[in-house]
Design a protein around this ligand. Structure first.
Ligand SMILES: Cc1ncc(C[n+]2csc(CCOP(=O)(O)OP(=O)(O)O)c2C)c(N)n1
Length: 390
């Protein structure tokens, strides 16, 4: 068995100090260690955890994501369509419930049989974590090399790998909503392009703009393609978790997350995580056209949801309904002055230009350029050549 503290310190020596995940009893000792001694973000969903880890990586951390193999299924979308195209590495620990030949509950049987195949299908390198410390240290070194080459690496953890690490008393803080403004007049209903142009105009030298999947990213790209932008592709719903990881890791940056209603509805649990960790340097703007506009304009169910109430009850410091572009500008400027995790919900109309293009850069190139902007990348000189001054 591995002494959990000793193993955790080996991880620390290699720079892995940022943990996120969802618990599994096989991993509880490593999770308890992370909660007791390191930075641990308790995600509500393993996919969110992978996206939070990706954001932390952008912010210069070497992140660890912990999950049960049943939750690996929840993480497939970001692993294949966020980590892979953007070349965002994560060190994963996935338990092996339902290991063939080991008695376990029926719900783990099939996933136990396919866990390693699933990792292979996703082109994620993996190893069974050794029970023996010296071998595990060697494995960690190898894993760390993959992370340094921007590739995810997962350890598959069998029953009884870690020695007991008791959970110390957890101090839970509460973040209360202070400002809540609900819809109180008619909407101006601008189009997304006009709203994005306003958001973009208000950015400054420490703003990072993360635009959700689909036409939001494509339109932002056409308005202005700059070093501080990231255009999500795939991994619908992960943009605010990516923002959370980044905002927590780089508190001098202003992280502006531009979300869509289809996206937010897909992973609405992320609001609870964002509200609890409450990075003051994150602004979460929801552009709600009540549709999956990017995939043909099919209605979402957002007209039936009061997002301002939900974000407020999840602990966003400010949660505000925006009726017009002027109000949007006012509240963005306010947030820049005062900070505090803020949610702005604005209704917009569907539609975009029929000529709308797509980013010409590959996702990993966009990420590398953003890393240069953030200033945590050794390729800084190249970025300076490209005019990517932080
Ligand atoms: C997990 C996942 N499911 C589905 C898609 C396909 N998809 C891409 S954009 C999009 C619509 C997103 O809607 P919304 O967030 O409201 O933004 P809008 O298109 O309206 O700007 C969908 C369904 C995806 N990329 N990922």
């Amino acid at each position: 068995m591995l002494n959990t503290k000793t193993f955790g310190r080996e991880l620390q020596k290699l720079g892995f100090t940022f943990y996120t995940g969802v618990p599994c009893s096989y991993l509880k000792d490593l999770i308890n260690y992370a909660i007791n001694e390191r930075d641990y973000v308790a995600a509500v969903n393993e996919g969110d955890a992978v996206a939070i880890a990706a954001g932390a990586y952008l912010g210069g951390k070497k992140p660890v994501a912990l999950m049960q193999n049943s939750g690996l299924a929840n993480a497939v979308s970001p692993l294949v369509s966020l980590n892979y195209p953007f070349r965002l590495p994560v060190l994963g620990f996935v338990s092996l419930r339902g290991e063939p030949g080991v008695p376990d509950e029926p719900q783990h049987e099939l996933m136990g049989r396919i866990t390693t195949q699933l990792l292979e299908l996703m082109q994620v390198r993996w190893m069974y974590l050794s029970y023996e410390l010296e071998e595990a240290k060697r494995q960690l070194l190898e894993a760390s090399r993959y992370i340094d080459c921007n590739q995810p690496f997962f350890f598959v953890v069998r029953h009884g790998t870690f020695e007991t690490e008791d959970l110390q008393k957890q101090e839970l803080s509460s973040h209360r909503n202070r400002v809540k403004i609900l819809k109180n007049t008619a909407d101006q209903l601008p189009n997304r392009n006009d709203v994005l142009a306003v958001i973009n105009r208000l950015k400054d030298g420490k703003t990072v703009q993360l635009a959700t999947t689909g036409k939001t990213g494509r339109e932002l790209y056409e308005i202005e393609d700059t070093c501080n932008n990231l255009y999500m592709v795939g991994s619908l719903g992960c943009v605010s978790s990516l923002g959370l990881g980044l905002a927590l890791s780089k508190d001098h940056l202003d992280v502006v997350v531009i979300d869509g209603d289809g996206s937010l509805l897909m992973r609405m649990g992320s609001l609870a995580t964002n509200g609890y960790y409450s990075p003051p340097n994150m602004l979460h703007i929801l552009l709600d056209n009540q549709a999956h506009d990017s995939t043909g304009g099919q209605s979402t169910v957002s007209h039936n949801v009061n997002f301002v109430e939900i974000a407020a009850s999840c602990g966003y410091e400010k949660s505000i309904y925006i009726h017009s572009v002027n109000e949007l500008e006012h509240h963005i400027n306010e947030w820049k002055k005062t900070g505090g995790l803020t949610f702005l919900h604005m209704n917009i109309v569907k539609g975009s230009s029929t000529q709308l293009g797509r980013p010409k850069m590959k996702p990993h190139e966009v990420k590398e350029r953003l890393q240069l902007f953030i200033g945590n990348n050794s390729l800084r000189t190249k970025g300076e050549e490209q005019g990517c001054e932080p």
